[in-house]
Write a protein that binds this ligand. Sequence first.
Ligand SMILES: [Fe+2]
Length: 586
Amino acid sequence: MYILGVSCYYHDASAALLKDGVVVAAAEEERFTRKKHDSSFPINAIKYCLKSQNITIKDIEYVGFYEKPFLKFERLLSQHLETFPLSYKVFLSSTPSWITEKLRIVEKIRKELKYNRDVLFINHHMAHAASSFFISPFERAAIFTVDGVGEWTTTAYGVGKGNEITLLKEIMFPHSIGLLYSTITAYLGFSVNNSEYKVMGLSAYGNMNPKTNLYYKKLNDVVDIKEDGSFRLDMTYFKFHYADRMPSKKLCSLLEGPIRKKESELTQRHKDIAAALQMITEELMTKILKYIHKVTKEENLIMAGGVALNSVFNGKILRKTPFKKIWIQPNASDGGTSIGAATFIYNAILGNKRTYVMKNAYLGPCYSDIEIKKFLDKNKIRYTTFKNDTELVKKTAKLIFEDGVVGWFQGRMEWGPRALGARSILSNACNPKMQEILNIKVKHREKFRPFAPVVCEDDALKYFDCDVPMPEPTDFMLMVYPIRKEWHSKISAVTHIDGSGRLQTIRREQNKLYYDVIKEFGKLSGIPILINTSFNIGGEPIVCSPYDAYKCMMGTGIDYLVMGKFLIKREDNKKDVWNSEIDAKD
Ligand SMILES: [Fe+2]
């Protein structure tokens, strides 16, 4: 039985395909259209899912959609009415797309896909809950979903047991941790639904002491937090309920300054505000989680929703709350809900037993060595071929050890916002200048943002103060942990200002070549840790195809591309070739 899950029209549209309860393919639309956070109907992601299993739309028994559009539209209408005439402008600009597109999703699915069976709509927070719980290793768990907003819900908790999920309590719009975080993100001059993680990174530069951080006290006036973690926002500080997520004048005056302009200097005040926001978010989440534990008495915790990508807090959960184990799927934000829509149909609605646990995030397109070679030859790209995996591993590790920046393109593309060793840029974590080199050559990103380390799971505890046993979300780069002090200066390229690292751990059975390259690098350098950053240029989605990877290398300072069993050097190839002669369809 095949079930297709679809999420679109907000941000990060995606499709996921379930075969007898097993997620066999999943991808975000942005990887195909090359538009970051593309929200449009994921026709390319759907085509990929079908092609990956050699099936057609006739084989799909159900399509699941990640929210209930009419319920969401009802909320929008009601908030426009309540705040009229302030909402007038947004009402006029946003309503047409609801009438012509968002409320007509069934027609769209039928027409675009030529599909004539059932389309089922899953409540958004249920889709989040199902997207994590049903593919987790836990038979039972407490579930916590937290995002900007779904239809009406912004925060929910419940319990998952076998193939059932019961949501017990919800907090409704406009009271939202996600929208609070996004509003301060906008105040600090970063883009919403995109750069919240930058604010999280910036917070480490601010005053993280709630007793002396002035803005912590000020932001506490904005959020009223009860002991059970329920909360209310003082809406006089916000505009998102009638306009956008820019802060109100009242919030600007509370925070003692105007909205920061995008490229302007980040002052200590901005950093302290980011720290205050992170502290309040952590305090809120901790109180809610303690309460959820008290009510559910479950030892295992499942999280989903955009706020579940707050890896700084995630790394503290098992230390701050009574939960013993935690699991979060790699695509915890809206992009991941296509899996939730499909699994909810298969497990909860149809009552099938769970048969699948997500062990790795490699669910995207794959290109064989034959396909890669065809692409290279057709476009007269110069390359050499590794004799075998041993040579590939040894040579790649040596290039990284000699401070080369390596584009690493192997196997199926990752699911979710993080590069996890299929479409990664790898470099030397032991070179203190590597952060600067990567920024000059490829990433051009803000200096305050550290790069992330990857380490083999069996080496992790030597370098990082991780939870024991290691929680699986570390596989997906979803946990920030302290780096042990003695290693700070030796791997400074991946050590954040507060001594932490957003690490990925890897086991050999998940990705053999990736694991072996890290180990081999360790033999050369004495420290088996690499910088792992996403294979893209800032502002673009992670590369998907050989064409994207080659184009990215030739348009940046990436030195080498290790793609399948082929090594391509940038200096061996002419920069202008990719512009004119390469067929993007390859
Ligand atoms: Fe969401």
